[in-house]
Design a protein around this ligand. Structure first.
Ligand SMILES: CC(C)(COP(=O)(O)OP(=O)(O)OC[C@H]1O[C@@H](n2cnc3c(N)ncnc32)[C@H](O)[C@@H]1OP(=O)(O)O)[C@@H](O)C(=O)NCCC(=O)NCCS
Length: 233
């Protein structure tokens, strides 16, 4: 059954209807035959329903994670080079672990997740928001698991879509993340998306026998509004 995320028109953005996709002025398409435009559409929607939104950027499309994606995730996550920066990742997950993760996330009212794919449908990884509705903020986690596709701008494009969605559609006030201070690619990606460093935990991580700092980064709604949604050069 198609699910939909309805959203108010973007500030200053045009809306055109094509098939059953509603294209917003800044490049996000929200698919769903039953879309309706309400004043605050997410009041009555669970994150599981919001996760059915399809967001399209310049380089990537974010779509719901499907069971058929899981074997590919398992194959990628067996590679230590891919998982070394993922704080939550211990031993490589089995297919059963991935199914469990998938079901847990789908039923978690505070989790919103998408698969990341290229515009021609090549799976790249996934991205998720973990909501704290009491404080109107979310933590974001992202992985381009196909490492042959790193540093091609996909992570930045996916992050821009998710952050824009968090502020514009979910009406959050703050999006935050943590990362290893040695993860230069990730930090550069996040800075291009407007995240600023705001603190650190010293020698918080142990990787390959060496301690490293965890850094905290965030972007606020007012900063996002001021900068627009494009990546910084
Ligand atoms: C982090 C990640 C999401 C970034 O996505 P990506 O598609 O590779 O990143 P992008 O291409 O959008 O941006 C990376 C930027 O960092 C730069 N970069 C690459 N390696 C770098 C390094 N060692 N130090 C500093 N900058 C680096 C790239 O040149 C690019 O900047 P540019 O566009 O100005 O040239 C992705 O690499 C990934 O999933 N990595 C493995 C898991 C991970 O680290 N997850 C995040 C955990 S917090």
């Amino acid at each position: 059954m198609p699910c939909c995320s309805a959203a108010p028109p973007p500030e200053g953005g045009g809306i055109e209807e094509g098939g059953h996709a509603l294209k917003l002025g800044f490049g996000i398409a929200i698919h769903g035959i039953y879309c309706s435009w309400l004043l605050n559409p997410h009041d009555n929607m669970t994150p599981a329903v919001i996760s059915e939104s399809i967001l399209q950027g310049q380089r990537v499309r974010l779509r719901p994670v499907q069971e058929s994606d899981l074997p590919q995730y398992v194959a990628w996550l067996a590679d230590r080079e891919v998982t070394r920066w993922l704080a939550a990742m211990g031993t490589p997950p089995t297919l059963d672990d991935e199914y469990e993760w998938y079901e847990r996330r789908r039923s978690d009212p505070d989790a919103v997740m998408w698969a990341i794919e290229t515009l021609d449908g090549r799976l790249l990884g996934n991205v998720e928001l973990r909501l704290n509705t009491a404080a109107n903020r979310a933590e974001v986690g992202i992985g381009i698991h196909d490492r042959s596709q790193w540093s091609k701008g996909y992570g930045t494009d996916a992050m821009l879509l998710v952050v824009d969605y968090a502020f514009r559609e979910l009406k959050l006030n703050r999006v935050e993340l943590t990362t290893d201070e040695r993860n230069g690619r990730a930090i550069r990606c996040y800075e291009k998306c407007g995240f600023v460093r705001e603190g650190l935990l010293r020698e918080h991580r142990l990787m390959d026998g060496k301690y490293g700092n965890t850094i905290f980064m965030s972007v606020l709604k007012k900063e996002w509004r001021a900068r627009g949604r494009t990546a910084a050069a």
